[in-house]
Design a protein around this ligand. Structure first.
Ligand code: KIV
Ligand code: ZN
Length: 389
């Protein structure tokens, strides 16, 4: 069986940060970027450098400090945005400029007030300029899924000729369906004459709850890069969730004949880290990383699990970094067990911080019989979200 390697483009720090109510400090972004590098994502979209001096600074520091993945900065299709993104990512060993412009008639008429020919020319010009700054350029046709397919193919052909290495097909408003999106990817492969010179990427939003299914349908039809976020964070209903996409490919490898290079054992701790730093709680019934994802309540299920866990589990918790025999802590637990638990949850803390957390933990354990992971995360978050006086 031949397995195609699908590249994972993580946009937690850009589209994910556009989640209503989320705003990360530079140090927090760096912590997340380091965790993403450990997870072994292929690309980290570190931010939108023109958006604010803080965003520029975060992208630029991540480009300098995070090694391994490609570091991308987002830019609209204009010279100032592209130049700023180029400045922000230039210290990365693998810098990428990701430039975009909308291609759907509704966006052209009501937002850009440009004709199709003008947008085509602007897209080509943007890619040409970006390519003069960095060797790796991605082009996104915003609202691609609601664009005219032939016009969309014309734009992709134009930007590939101008030097785009990656062409991204966003379902910006989460409107498409798996069957339709799969057909669109196939259509692009068949109607863009120079498509072999670029990687096809997809970027799906979850407005109808189909972001992961749409991305998988795209992979089935030849997409080679998926854009996603930890815990499915993102604008409105969010983006395709990284953990769900990766584990769908991992669990159904033979069906998709595709896989990623993600170190799945880092998934759980990365999810918890992002949840703690963004303040967006993971629902207990969330696929893969929710508290209940591996919990078995009914007697029949528990009986089956005792005989063979595969009766009711399609993936093992260990695969995503949860140890099955993880101890529940209580008032008799010592500092060592507490420190182990912190490390397991993804926190690398100094001895002083651990000591002060341990005192709080003991106090909590006196009042509460069992201390769960979420209680420990809450203890850590208490400090993380405290503002300096
Ligand atoms: O959803 C979208 O269209 C985007 C683009 C900038 C890729 O986030
Ligand atoms: Zn998006």
């Amino acid at each position: 069986m031949e397995t195609r390697r699908i590249k994972v483009f993580d946009t937690t720090l850009r589209d994910g940060e556009q989640t209503p109510g989320v705003s990360l400090q530079t140090e927090e972004k760096i912590e997340i970027a380091l965790a993403l590098a450990k997870l072994n994502v292929d690309v980290i979209e570190a931010g939108f450098p023109i958006a604010s001096p803080g965003d520029f600074d975060a992208v630029s520091q991540i480009a300098q400090r995070v090694k391994g993945p490609t570091i991308a900065g987002l830019a609209r299709a204009n010279q100032k945005d592209i130049e700023t993104a180029g400045q922000a990512v230039k210290h990365s060993d693998r810098p990428r400029i990701h430039t975009f412009i909308a291609t759907s008639d509704i966006h052209l008429e009501h937002k850009l007030k440009m004709s199709r020919n003008e947008v085509l020319a602007r897209a080509e010009e943007a890619v040409r300029y970006a390519k003069s700054l960095v060797p790796d350029v991605e082009f996104s046709a915003e609202d691609a899924s609601r664009s005219d397919w032939d016009y969309l193919c014309q734009v992709y052909a134009g930007v590939i000729a101008a030097g785009a290495n990656v062409i991204n097909v966003p379902d910006t408003v989460g409107y498409t369906t798996p069957d339709e999106f799969g057909r669109l990817i196939l259509y692009i492969r068949q109607h863009v004459p120079n498509i072999d010179q670029a990687v096809i990427s997809v970027h799906c939003h979850d407005d109808l709850g189909m972001a992961v299914a749409n991305s998988l349908a795209a992979i089935k039809n030849g997409a080679e890069q998926v854009e996603c976020t930890i815990n499915g964070l993102g604008e409105r209903a969010g983006n395709a969730s990284l953990e769900e996409l990766v584990m769908a490919l991992n669990t159904r490898k033979e069906y998709y004949q595709a896989g990623t290079d993600i170190d799945t054992r880092q998934i759980y701790r990365t999810s918890r880290l992002v949840s703690t730093l963004t303040g967006i709680v993971v629902p207990p019934n969330k696929a893969v990383v929710g508290d209940n994802a591996f919990a078995h309540e009914s007697g029949i299920h528990q009986h089956g699990m005792l005989n063979n866990s595969l009766t009711y589990e399609i993936m093992r918790p260990e695969t995503i970094g949860i140890s099955r025999n993880a101890l529940v802590l209580g008032k008799h637990s010592g500092r060592h067990a507490f420190e182990e638990r912190l490390r397991h949850l993804g926190y690398e803390l100094g001895p002083e911080r651990i000591n002060s957390l341990f005192v709080k933990f003991k106090d909590l354990a006196d009042r509460k019989k069992m201390v769960f992971d979420r209680d420990i995360e809450a203890l850590v978050a208490e400090k993380t979200i405290e503002k300096p006086e």
